[in-house]
Ligand binder design. Sequence first.
Ligand code: NAP
Length: 290
Amino acid sequence: MLKRKFGWTGAEVPMIGMGTWMIEGDNRDRNRDTERRAVEALRLGLDLGLTHIDTAEMYGDGRAEELVAEAIDGRRDQVFLVSKVWPSNASYEGTLKACERSLKRLKTDWLDLYLLHWPSSSYPIRETMRAMEKLVADGMVTFIGVSNFDIEKLKAAERALSKQRIACNQVQYNLKYRGMEQRLLPYCTEQGIAVVGYSPFGHGNFPSSESPQAKVLTDIARRHGRTPRQVALNFLTRHPSTFTIPKAGRPEHVRENSGGVGDWKLTENDFAAIDRAFPAPRRDKPLEMI
Ligand code: NAP
């Protein structure tokens, strides 16, 4: 698995990692077999070099973190481990306590990266960032960041810090949702902030095989001896500041995703074909979020 520098931190992180939202199964499909398969999938991902694992206290009310702990047992040092505090817990004390609980569920002493999951309407960003700096000072967290922050909120988070810097902004990024390319990605690149794109397959909304968009991906995939999903992952990591974290509860999906980057590259013609099929938002057009 190819790695690249995680922004200014200099940490070498795989371009494709693994998400864990709903890894324990949804309400219909939540049982020990699903969980065992999810742990197996995560372990296979580590074997294949997908060593960036993204989780959160919110995922399965902490169950995802417990499953991650099972998967990384004995190999903590190989993993770039990320978790997140939920905004309603993001007071100064609340953030410290949330991190402690996550570390306990994850059976580890430290997180490589700790994020505020969404901007909080309950607590000022200064309070959360002060707690984040304390977590770094205490050695519980190596780097800190945010998620779902637009540029203005990101700047406010940067201003709220006195000793640390924001290392990452995690935002939605898939073929149908390319808003962050407009302003956020250039800003983050300038600041050396890594941009981690979540829901690379649209959280189950990948173009259906009958659609004209899927045909474009299939044609490109065929030329490279790859699959449409691998084409998507390659495209979503084409910019040097970006990373992607597909969630796959099935080992065969993890194996496929691990081939999204490697000794092959999309061409300029492929980029142009994807741009035509999945247009990026125009620069002068306001975006929903970013
Ligand atoms: P996603 O990765 O876009 O899609 C996951 C879905 O795609 C699952 O149903 C999975 O199936 C399927 N899949 C994965 N690989 C596949 C393959 N090769 N072939 C066919 N299907 C495949 O969705 P996501 O979970 O929303 O996003 C990924 C991660 O981003 C999350 O797990 C989470 O860690 C993070 N995230 C963060 C935020 C935030 O607010 N910061 C929000 C959303 C997500 P199986 O599970 O059956 O393999």
